[in-house]
Ligand binder design. Structure first.
Ligand code: NAG
Ligand code: NAG
Ligand code: NAG
Ligand code: NAG
Length: 465
């Protein structure tokens, strides 16, 4: 609704400008900027802050997968963003010397002031905002789940796992400090999940690389709609030729990093895109992840198996009143780790796949990375024991702290029997021994098929995203 009214305003502004015959210049609609930047969305903008206890039920076990907090751009991204300093000068020249370009004076001025520097030692590390996200997330979790988290703190009652990636490890530390106190290390050490040589096989997994190469996302970048966007932006910035697609991508990258790193700001580069353009770029990113880490490639759906198996193991221990289990388990990883976990549990699954040609039909997609996999994105499973109602054992899933309305459950509250039945296969001893990497379509045995069992699934979690 808000979006619609701002679109009408935009239209009115446009009409009045053309009616008065003046040179209408371009400026962003500041009243309601579009801030959903796919998997680089600021957590503050999307997390669900409302929490209601479940009546007649008490939480008895918490399991969480948490993506690392807002990070600085990695080396490649920094390089791309740094190029924009030169590009910015060209845009200014277009306006001031060549008298081309449509940006309003104050938009150009804010572009002039734009600068970007990341200390090379901080590249791809967690930022102060990311640390704050982790502290706040830990505090809220502690408040909401106090009944579970009051237990004596030791390495049997709580588990913390993190992959070796620096930003992941730093996120885990920041979260744990708030959750367990500054001296948490002596009580609950962070267990490193090693990314050793067994995991490197993934890039040589034919199915996975095919999925990346045949990417729908690159087709989308060649679609008339996308190319038209590039051409519109080029004109707006005062170029007679079309600027390259990689410059547009760098502008978008700068926009979303600047926003996520300084949450109160409205970054200069964001202001050069229209709302519709930001939505198109968002779809491109969502589409890219749909095939890289999402339902778009069958192999990905198997990758999260060991994590789902672990979760199911804990939940069934709680159901059996097994006292020899931790109260809470916190896993820290990358986007890929979070997403493949969600895949294994069939979360955020759309009935129709995302493709390069169904952008408009996917307007209400579940696979919206800004809502599913923002910076600090997280997924929790909470086991409830209930005094009233049909069943004692219930499970509730939370996505970015909001109740996830799981299909087949009652406004998010699932009967344990339903969950147990649905994911019973993970509990079998051979539950994850699928030959994840074997390419059946080339099964005639020409090549030695790549057989990777059990371990490969965890591998995606260590890829840097
Ligand atoms: C950086 O870019 C190079 C060349 O495009 C690529 O080979 C490399 O994998 C990239 N590194 C990261 C961390 O993305
Ligand atoms: C790699 O790490 C996994 C889990 O951390 C471990 O089970 C496996 O033995 C390790 N493999 C090698 C070759 O070190
Ligand atoms: C820019 O791209 C648009 C859309 O693809 C195309 O129609 C137009 O001819 C291009 N302009 C120039 C100057 O190449
Ligand atoms: C678990 O404990 C509850 C109450 O303490 C009891 O009602 C229930 O039957 C027990 N379940 C199992 C599987 O032992």
């Amino acid at each position: 609704m808000k979006g619609q009214s701002s679109r009408i305003l935009l239209l009115l502004a446009f009409l009045s400008a053309s009616l008065t015959g003046g040179d209408s210049c371009y400026e962003p609609m500041d009243s309601d900027p579009y801030l959903y930047f796919s998997h680089k969305t600021a957590y503050q903008l999307i997390f669900n802050s409302k929490f209601k206890p479940v009546p007649y039920c008490r939480p008895t076990f918490v399991w969480m997968f948490i993506r690392s907090g807002t990070s600085y751009p990695n080396t490649n991204e920094s390089l791309a963003i740094r190029q924009l300093h030169q590009f910015k000068d060209r845009v200014i020249k277009n306006h001031e010397e060549r008298r081309n370009g449509n940006l309003c004076r104050h938009v150009l001025d804010s572009l002039k002031r734009w600068e970007f520097e990341v200390n090379p030692t901080s590249e791809d590390d967690i930022s102060p905002q990311g640390r704050m996200d982790m502290q706040l997330l830990a505090r809220r979790t502690k408040d909401k789940m106090s009944e579970v988290l009051v237990k004596e703190i030791n390495k049997n009652t709580f588990k913390i796992y993190a992959s070796e990636d620096r930003k992941v490890m730093n996120s885990a530390e920041e979260f744990s400090k708030t959750m367990f106190g500054d001296d948490f290390r002596y009580k609950v050490p962070i267990e490193k999940v090693q990314s050793n040589s067994s995991f490197i096989g993934l890039e040589s997994c034919p199915k996975w690389t095919d999925a990346i190469q045949n990417s729908e996302a690159s087709l989308f970048r060649k679609s008339p709609e996308y190319m038209d966007m590039v051409s519109q932006i080029s004109k707006r910035l005062g170029f007679l030729e079309n600027i390259t697609d990689s410059i547009v991508q760098a502008m978008y990258e700068s926009c979303r990093y600047n926003k996520a790193l300084v949450i109160e700001s409205y970054p200069a580069w964001c202001g050069l895109f229209t709302r519709q353009e930001l939505q198109l770029l968002e779809y491109y990113e969502d589409l890219d992840y749909y095939y890289k880490y999402g339902y778009g490639s069958e192999i990905n759906t198997k990758v999260g198996c060991p994590i789902a198996k672990e979760l199911m193991g804990y939940l069934s221990a709680v159901a059996k009143n097994d006292s020899d289990r931790p109260s809470a388990v916190f896993r820290f990883g990358s986007s890929a780790g979070l997403l493949t976990t969600l895949l294994a549990l069939e979360v955020a699954k759309d009935p129709v796949p995302l493709t390069h040609y169904n952008y408009h039909a996917q307007y209400r997609r579940q696979w919206r990375m800004s809502q599913v996999d923002p910076f600090s994105g997280n997924f929790a499973a909470v086991f409830y024991k209930c005094d009233q109602g049909d069943e004692e054992n219930k499970v509730m899933f939370y996505l970015n702290e909001g109740v996830y309305d799981y299909p087949g459950c009652n406004v998010g509250l699932c009967s344990w029997k339903f969950i147990e039945n649905k994911f019973r296969h993970y509990l079998r001893p051979d539950g994850c021994n699928d030959e994840v990497c074997r390419d059946r379509s080339r099964a005639s045995g020409v090549r030695s098929a790549v057989w990777v069992v059990a371990l490969i699934p965890i591998a995606l979690a260590y890829l840097r995203v």
